[in-house]
Design a protein around this ligand. Structure first.
Ligand code: SF4
Length: 418
């Protein structure tokens, strides 16, 4: 039986996400007026390095003409590079298909990133960021799971790069053990929101933050945050609650006060066994069953299509889980079936496993897993008549996920190639 293949924009996005982009003068020049990448470009040995420093700033996000958003991954071995300039436009070209360039834009370096609040605080550090038309609010990023061990094992999720509430969160007034968000932080957040919406079209607001070991307290913090955000949301932009799973009474409060339009409690991986290993803190302080029950309660309140769970696609391919890609993909598809049948929509973000790179088939197994899952999941969403609600997220802000790009493809654009 011929295997289905990704086609159109999702295929291009997947290819560029996996293969990355090689440095060129045009890419370097674009960095001067683009949202900067969190990861600088690192020149490989022998690669021409015009900076002479071994690394260079590069843009974070590219947009194609059909508004597909793609994260830039620097890779000196990639066949993809960028040509052109700001005036005439940029193009993404493949070494073997140089006569078939893809017109692109870069997510701009917004003016607000250089501005300050009325008390002289840098807006870029006020806990507000954007990607595409999504504004992410994260004014308490420190996660208490990083501070705790059980039986000698850290409670942090294995893939997470957040960190504990410590000196890195001090500029936001976040201190370990303190539930409430300081008023000064909220005031600066309001000014940052105004600066962002004054400059960029925002269609989604996403509330996130680190976890607390008491999920009732986590709920109280997010209630305070959501009330504060809604007090400064005159355009009634859709708001999604991106906390951990919360107790029923707190969910009811969110619903009764109409504080959020959707929720996203991240299960990260499917199956209780994997959840316990990948997310020991969530498993220990909330528990797998309570996590699923909380998602189900959210479906009862907000309805099918308004409840999400972010997943880290590919973490199961880390060597310690000892899974071949077919087995990992089958398990993930099982999870997709189960969650969709409960009205919950998982959202898969590509994860690059850090281990297992010595396997010669490292890239191909990850890519096979990701493509197989994306294609199977598209069909399952259709069977369950579910699609990603555009108030939650859309193709203009999903930079590591394919669901929105695939949902907007029409039947004719979907290939069933060889
Ligand atoms: S709960 Fe969230 S912030 Fe905390 S370790 Fe896990 S992924 Fe990171």
């Amino acid at each position: 039986m011929p295997m289905a293949k990704l086609a159109g924009s999702p295929a291009l996005k997947t290819t560029v996400m996996f293969e990355g982009i090689r440095y060129s003068d045009a890419l370097g020049a674009a960095a001067e007026h683009s949202l900067p990448n969190y990861f600088p470009y690192r020149f490989k040995a022998g690669e021409h390095d015009p900076t002479g420093t071994g690394k260079a700033s590069i843009p974070y996000l590219i947009n194609t003409e059909d508004d597909t958003l793609i994260r830039v991954l620097g890779n000196g071995d990639s066949p993809w590079s960028v040509v052109g300039n700001r005036q005439e436009g940029y193009k993404l070209v493949h070494d073997e298909r140089r006569d078939d360039p893809v017109a692109i834009r870069f997510e701009p370096l917004h003016d607000w990133l250089q501005q300050q609040t009325s008390d002289g605080f840098p807006i870029a550090q006020a806990g507000v960021s954007t990607h595409g038309d999504m504004m992410v609010i994260n004014v308490a990023p420190g996660c208490e799971y990083f501070l705790n061990k059980v039986d000698g094992k850290s409670m942090r999720c294995t893939f997470c790069s957040y960190g504990a509430p410590d000196k890195r969160t001090a500029h936001l007034g976040q201190v370990a053990g303190q539930v409430a968000i300081p008023e000064l932080t909220i005031k600066r957040m309001h000014e940052a929101m105004d600066a962002v919406t004054g400059e960029t079209e925002i269609n989604h607001i996403y509330l996130v933050g680190g976890s607390l070991t008491d999920y009732e307290q986590e709920g109280q913090r997010f209630l305070q945050l959501a009330r504060a955000v809604q007090a400064n949301n005159p355009g009634k932009i859709s708001v999604t609650l991106g906390s951990g799973a919360l107790p029923d009474e707190i969910l009811q409060q969110f619903y009764d006060e109409q504080l959020v339009d959707a929720v996203c409690f991240n299960l990260e991986v499917w199956s209780e066994a994997l959840f316990a290993r990948v997310c020991p803190g969530k498993n220990n302080y909330v528990g797998y069953d309570r996590w699923i029950k909380s998602l189900e309660r959210a479906v009862e309140l907000w309805g099918r299509g308004r409840v999400y769970s972010a997943m880290v696609a590919g973490i199961e391919l880390e060597p310690e889980y000892d899974m071949e890609w077919e087995e990992a993909a089958d398990l993930a598809v099982q999870g997709v079936q189960d969650l969709c049948s409960r009205g919950i929509i998982p959202i898969y973000s590509l994860y690059y496993p850090t281990g297992g790179k010595d396997r010669s088939d490292y890239q191909s197994r990850l890519r096979s897993y990701f493509e197989h899952l994306a294609l199977s999941y598209r069909d399952i969403r259709r069977q369950h008549e579910l699609s990603v609600w555009d108030g939650f997220m859309c193709n203009r802000c999903a930079y590591m996920q394919l669901e929105c790009d695939m949902d907007r493809q029409t039947e004719g654009q979907v290939s069933n190639g060889q």
